[in-house]
Design a protein around this ligand. Structure first.
Ligand SMILES: *[C@@H]1O[C@H](CO)[C@@H](O)[C@H](O)[C@H]1NC(C)=O
Ligand SMILES: *[C@@H]1O[C@H](CO)[C@@H](O)[C@H](O)[C@H]1NC(C)=O
Ligand SMILES: *[C@@H]1O[C@H](CO)[C@@H](O)[C@H](O)[C@H]1NC(C)=O
Ligand SMILES: *[C@@H]1O[C@H](CO)[C@@H](O)[C@H](O)[C@H]1NC(C)=O
Ligand SMILES: *[C@@H]1O[C@H](CO)[C@@H](O)[C@H](O)[C@H]1NC(C)=O
Length: 387
């Protein structure tokens, strides 16, 4: 997930968001001259006239204020907020959370819960999450790292099997997803936890459609063996479903209902965790209930660089890979690319070559992105010339 803009989380269309309509009301109420005490010794007719005049002025002021507080917005521009999930339906769910007064973090969590259903190959309760949260009023950025961690009982020789594709139950890590949502919601949530799950729980009352991406993954030959255990969910007979086919997922709906009602504890200490651990231990995972109970999301500040002396870029610190991206951007900054850098075939070739080289140097640094909990990591950026 990219930087989430915090504060001022509104939406495009009328009715006015609560803050704005409140502000409007306050301003009109305190408009001078509308006090009923204006004409104590006047005749009724004059009072009537004055009241009408006052109402007229008041109406004009309200119209003016509404006009002034509703800046114009062109097509594809968003006045109060925008959400980009990887499916339209999840973007809509997030947007609706904003419309109901939810914070950007509320919207992100609701969108992620939805994504775990619409694109289950990409995201889900068994995975991990990283939030990068921008506070617009202070200009500061906070990172919540809830990526998966290695279980206590991890076999010490596990990495020696790395030459082959690392597939199988021994590679399952301790899930962080729900603790991450919990931490983010505790810090920045505005709507009740439960309400973030409700739209997706409703979605699961209807059949789900296999997307082209999901089709590609579940029908890949590398998936056919490891994915067998998912057959009760996504197979028609012995064959995996293909794009456009539908399936139902009542067990996930039940799980989400329990999480909505009982919070992350149901996963990390309760019935869901117990069922999960039991299932995966049966096939050879070493994850235990103790691993789940000990799991904690980590909160830290973000790394940042300044580009062109005027743009600040933030990224999560190691063990996450953002420093590599910052390194690449810092190298490219020096070349001062602009429109003309792509204007002729020769310019284009040179520009792409430089970008490819920068990516290559960045890629070489990936093994340096160690986990600071276990190894020292030094992050510093140098210019292309220094490098
Ligand atoms: C942003 O930071 C300020 C100052 O620390 C804090 O009062 C405010 O609640 C923060 N905003 C959000 C949305 O958390
Ligand atoms: C998303 O919301 C838009 C605007 O309300 C609507 O037109 C569209 O049909 C919705 N899409 C889905 C998939 O629900
Ligand atoms: C599929 O497995 C083979 C052999 O283990 C591996 O070389 C290849 O990269 C895998 N393909 C994908 C898309 O993961
Ligand atoms: C950027 O990082 C530096 C440390 O490298 C830190 O001192 C500074 O406060 C950060 N800036 C912001 C806006 O977070
Ligand atoms: C930042 O600086 C660059 C290069 O000096 C300039 O092209 C760009 O317009 C500036 N951007 C802003 C937002 O000031």
């Amino acid at each position: 997930m990219q930087a989430i803009k915090k504060g001022g989380v509104n939406y495009k269309d009328p009715p006015l968001p609560p803050q704005q309509s409140r502000r409007l009301r306050r301003r009109t109420e305190s408009f001078p001259g509308t006090s009923g005490r204006a004409g104590v010794d006047m005749t009724t007719g004059r009072i009537c006239c004055l009241v009408l005049l006052t109402l007229g002025v008041l109406a004009a002021v309200v119209v003016l204020l509404v006009t002034l507080t509703q800046p114009k917005c062109g097509p594809q521009q968003y006045l109060h907020g925008a959400v980009a999930a990887d499916t339209e339906i999840c973007s809509n769910i997030s947007r609706d959370i904003l419309k109901r007064g939810g914070s950007a973090v509320d919207a992100a969590i609701a969108g992620l819960i939805c994504t775990s259903v619409m694109n289950p190959q990409s995201s889900g309760l068994g995975g991990g999450v990283v939030f990068t949260i921008y506070n617009a009023s202070t200009g500061t950025v906070e990172v919540i790292n809830a990526r998966e961690t290695a279980p206590q009982g991890i076999p010490s020789n596990l990495l020696s099997g790395c030459a082959r594709l690392p597939i199988g139950p021994q590679w399952i890590a301790v899930p962080g997803e729900i603790r991450g949502y919990e931490e983010a919601h505790k810090r920045y949530g505005r709507l009740p936890w439960k309400s973030l799950f409700e739209p997706t729980i409703e979605l699961l009352s209807h059949p789900l459609v296999v997307s082209p991406v999901m089709d590609k993954i579940i029908n890949h030959q590398n998936f056919s063996q490891v994915g067998r255990s998912l057959c009760p969910l996504i197979c028609d007979g012995q064959k995996f479903l293909t794009s456009g086919k539908t399936f139902r997922w009542p067990a996930l709906q039940k799980t989400l209902k329990i999480l909505a009602e009982n919070g992350a504890t149901a996963f990390y200490e309760g019935q869901i965790g117990k069922a999960l651990v039991e299932d995966i231990r049966k096939v050879g995972s070493v994850i235990s209930m103790e691993d789940l109970k000990a799991y904690k999301a980590e909160v830290s500040s973000a790394l940042n660089i300044t580009l062109n002396k005027n743009t600040t870029v933030f990224s999560p610190p190691p063990p996450l890979g953002g420093a590599v991206l910052l390194f690449i951007l810092k190298i490219l900054e020096e070349y001062k690319f602009h429109e003309a850098s792509l204007s002729t075939p020769k310019e284009k070739g040179e520009t792409y070559h430089i970008i490819a080289e920068a990516l290559k140097f960045g890629n070489m640094l990936k093994p340096e992105m160690k986990d600071p909990t276990f190894s020292e990591v030094k992050v510093s950026y140098c210019s292309a010339r220094e490098y």
